[in-house]
Design a protein around this ligand. Structure first.
Ligand SMILES: Cc1cc2nc3c(=O)[nH]c(=O)nc-3n(C[C@H](O)[C@H](O)[C@H](O)COP(=O)(O)OP(=O)(O)OC[C@H]3O[C@@H](n4cnc5c(N)ncnc54)[C@H](O)[C@@H]3O)c2cc1C
Length: 552
C-alpha cells in the first residue's frame, strides 16, 4: 500500500482512498477499508456525524416500515438489524417495537401486515392488547390490534465513534472540519482533491487513488465538483422531541408510511416523526409551524394526551434520497415517499467514464454497515485487491462485554458507583460529569460546545442547556488548549464565542415550539444568558407571531 507523506496541514499527500463524508456510511467505510489493509482518510466539512446521521430519528429498523412498498429495503433492514445488534450492543436500547392499528388505519393493510413481514423474514407476533395497555398506559385505548417486531433505539454518535475508533486502530484517519472544495480531473481520472480546513481557511491538495463520496444528501454537490451529474432528491424530515418517554417501546402506526406515524424512545426523551418534504437545498432544513401542527395531529392518534405534553424542541434532517428512478425530478410535486429507501453504489467509471470515483447514495442508518461493505467491495475490485469484509463479525470497540444492550439507568449507575452527589455534575438532565467532559475534550480538542453535545448529550435534556451551557463553557475555557477553542469559535461564528454558537443551535430548535410551559422555559433561559451573563445580541428575542399559542 502507499506510504504516507504529510502535507503541511497534517493531511497525507496520498492515500489509497479518500472518503468524503463522516456520517455513519463514511465511518463504516473507513472501518471496512482499514480492516482490509487499505490506507484511507475520511474528511467531513463539519463535526463527525453532524449531518443526517446526527439528525435522524434514532430507530434501528426492523424493516416493517417498508414491507409493502419497498420489500428489498425491508429485507436489508432485518438482516442488518441482527448484525448491528451483534457488533454494537452498547449503542442500542432494545426497546422492541409495536405496530398498532388505530381506528384510522386501513383494514387491508392491518390484515396483511403479518404475512408481509413473514415474506421478507421479519419476526412478527400479535400482541394481546390488554397486556400492551397495562405496560404502556399512555397509548390510545381505541387501538384495535398490535403486532410486535424487533425495532430498537440506536444511538448514532456512539456508533460512528466506535467505527472510527476501530478504523483508527488499523491506521484509518478521520478529520472533522475539512471540506472538499474542488475535485480536479485529468480526463477520466480524478488527479487530485482540494480540501479546505474550515477552521483555519487553508487549502491543501491530496492525490488519492480512489475517491468515495459518502456525502449523503450532499452527494450531488460533491459529484458536481468532479463534473458529474448525480440526481439527488433531498427530503426534509422534521421531528419533535418530548421531555419524557410516553412509551418504553417504539410505537408505529400500522399503515403505509406517512407523517407523524412513529414515536421512538431515545434515552430520557421520546421523538415523534417525521415529515417528508422535497427540498432542493440540503442545507435548508428548518422545521416549520405547519409541519409541527401536522405531526401533533397525527401523533395524538397514538397518544391522546400528546397535546398536553411538553415538547422540548423541533429539529429536522435531510434524507439522502437518490432520484435516478424519477428521471432526476426535484422540488415540489415530487413524491418522496415513493422513492426507494434502498441504497445504490455508483461506480462512476461505468456510468460517467471517471475511473476512480465512486458514490454511495440512499439507504438508512440501520443499513450503514452493508452500504459500507458493498462500497468497499467496489473499491477493492478497482484496486485489484481480494480481501474479505470482516465488519459483520467483529464487535466494535467500546461495547462493554459485547453482549449487553444499553440500559437507561447505565449513566446513573456509573455516577453512583463513583460516589454520586452533585459536585461533579455539569449537566443534571443527562448526568454529564466534569470528568466525562474533561475526557471528551482531552480526546477531541479543539472542539465546540456543540461537538460536546453530540459526544456527551450535554444540553439535550429537559432544560435544553439552560443550566449546563455556561458551566460547560467555563470548563472548556479552563482546559488546554484554550487557544484551540477560540480558533474553532472564530471559524464557526465569526467573532462570537462557542457559547453563543451552542445557544443559537438550541434556540433554533426551541423557537418553533415556544408556547405554554416551553415558552416559560425559553424566557428563563434567556433571562440567564441575556440578563445575567449579558449574552444578548446573539440570542434574538422571539417575535410575538413566532411564538403564539402553539399549533392547535
Ligand atoms: C428525518 C429523518 C429521519 C430518519 N430516521 C431514520 C431512522 O430512524 N433509522 C434509520 O436507519 N435511518 C433513518 N434516516 C436515514 C438516515 O438518517 C440516513 O440515511 C443516514 O444517516 C445517512 O448517513 P450518511 O453517512 O450517508 O450521510 P450523512 O450522515 O448526512 O453524512 C454525510 C456527511 O457528508 C459531509 N459532507 C457533505 N459535503 C461535504 C464536502 N464537500 N466535504 C466534506 N464533507 C462533506 C456532511 O457534512 C455530512 O456529515 C432518517 C433520515 C431523516 C432525514
Amino acid at each position: 500500500m502507499m506510504g504516507r507523506m504529510s502535507a503541511p496541514s497534517g493531511l497525507p499527500r496520498s492515500v489509497d482512498v479518500l472518503i468524503v463524508g463522516g456520517g455513519a456510511t463514511g465511518a463504516g467505510l473507513l472501518r471496512d477499508l482499514a480492516r482490509r489493509g487499505l490506507t484511507a482518510l475520511l474528511v467531513d466539512m463539519g463535526d463527525l456525524a453532524s449531518g443526517t446521521s446526527g439528525r435522524y430519528h434514532g430507530l434501528l429498523h426492523s424493516g416493517a416500515r417498508y414491507i409493502a412498498r419497498d420489500p428489498q429495503a425491508a429485507r436489508e433492514c432485518i438482516v442488518e438489524n441482527a448484525v448491528v445488534r451483534r457488533i454494537a450492543p452498547a449503542c442500542i436500547e432494545d426497546t422492541g417495537g409495536v405496530y398498532v392499528a388505530t381506528p384510522d388505519d386501513p383494514d387491508d393493510y392491518v390484515d396483511a401486515f403479518p404475512a408481509r413481514c413473514a415474506a421478507v423474514g421479519i419476526p412478527c407476533t400479535e400482541e394481546p392488547l390488554e397486556a400492551l395497555f397495562r405496560r404502556e398506559p399512555a397509548l390510545n385505548r381505541r387501538i384495535r390490534r398490535a403486532y410486535r417486531i424487533p425495532d430498537a433505539s440506536l444511538e448514532p454518535w456512539q456508533l460512528v465513534e466506535a467505527n472510527l475508533r476501530d478504523a483508527a486502530e488499523r491506521g484509518g484517519r478521520a478529520l472533522p472540519y475539512r471540506q472538499v472544495v474542488a475535485i480536479e480531473r485529468s480526463g477520466g481520472f480524478v488527479s487530485s482533491v482540494s480540501i479546505r480546513d474550515v477552521r483555519s481557511g487553508t487549502v491543501d491538495r491530496i492525490a488519492p487513488r480512489i475517491v468515495v463520496s459518502a456525502a449523503g444528501a450532499w452527494a450531488g454537490r460533491v459529484a458536481g465538483l468532479a463534473g458529474i451529474d448525480l440526481p439527488m432528491s433531498p427530503g426534509k424530515g422534521t421531528m419533535l422531541v418530548y421531555n419524557q418517554r410516553m412509551a418504553d417501546i417504539v410505537v408505529s402506526r400500522c399503515k403505509p408510511p406517512s407523517d407523524g406515524d412513529i414515536m421512538v424512545p431515545v434515552h430520557t426523551v421520546a421523538i415523534l416523526g417525521t415529515t417528508d418534504i422535497p427540498i432542493d437545498d440540503p442545507d435548508d432544513y428548518e422545521a416549520t409551524p405547519a409541519e409541527i401542527a401536522g405531526l401533533i395531529d397525527e401523533g395524538e392518534k397514538l397518544f391522546p394526551d400528546l397535546r398536553r405534553m411538553r415538547i422540548l424542541r423541533a429539529y429536522a434532517g435531510v434524507r439522502p434520497l437518490y432520484s435516478a428512478d424519477l428521471g432526476g425530478a426535484s422540488g415540489a410535486g415530487r413524491a418522496d415517499r415513493e422513492i426507494s429507501r434502498a441504497h445504490v453504489v455508483i461506480d462512476h467509471e461505468a456510468r460517467d467514464g471517471v475511473t476512480n470515483f465512486v458514490s454511495i447514495v440512499g439507504g438508512k442508518l440501520s443499513t450503514y454497515r452493508l452500504m459500507a461493505e458493498q462500497t468497499a467491495d467496489v473499491v477493492c475490485a478497482k484496486l485489484g485487491i481480494d480481501r474479505p469484509c470482516s465488519t459483520a463479525d467483529e464487535v466494535l470497540p467500546g461495547q462493554g462485554n459485547g453482549r449487553s444492550y444499553y440500559w437507561l439507568g447505565d449513566r446513573l449507575a456509573a455516577h453512583e458507583a463513583t460516589g454520586g452527589g452533585d459536585a461533579a455534575l455539569i449537566c443534571e438532565c443527562e448526568l454529564v460529569t466534569r470528568p466525562m467532559l474533561e475526557a471528551f475534550v482531552a480526546e477531541r480538542a479543539p472542539c465546540s460546545l456543540d461537538d460536546v453535545r453530540r459526544g456527551t448529550r450535554l444540553g439535550m435534556g429537559p432544560c435544553q442547556g439552560a443550566f449546563c451551557t455556561f458551566r460547560a463553557a467555563g470548563v472548556l475555557a479552563a482546559l488546554e488548549p484554550a487557544a484551540d477553542v477560540a480558533t474553532e469559535t472564530r471559524a464557526q461564528s465569526g467573532d462570537e464565542d462557542s457559547l453563543v454558537a451552542f445557544l443559537r443551535e438550541r434556540y433554533r430548535g426551541t423557537r418553533p415550539i415556544a408556547w405554554g410551559r416551553q415558552l416559560q422555559e425559553l424566557w428563563l433561559s434567556m433571562g440567564i444568558y441575556w440578563g445575567t451573563l449579558g449574552v444578548d445580541a446573539c440570542v434574538p428575542v422571539p417575535a410575538p407571531e413566532a411564538v403564539g399559542d402553539g399549533p392547535g
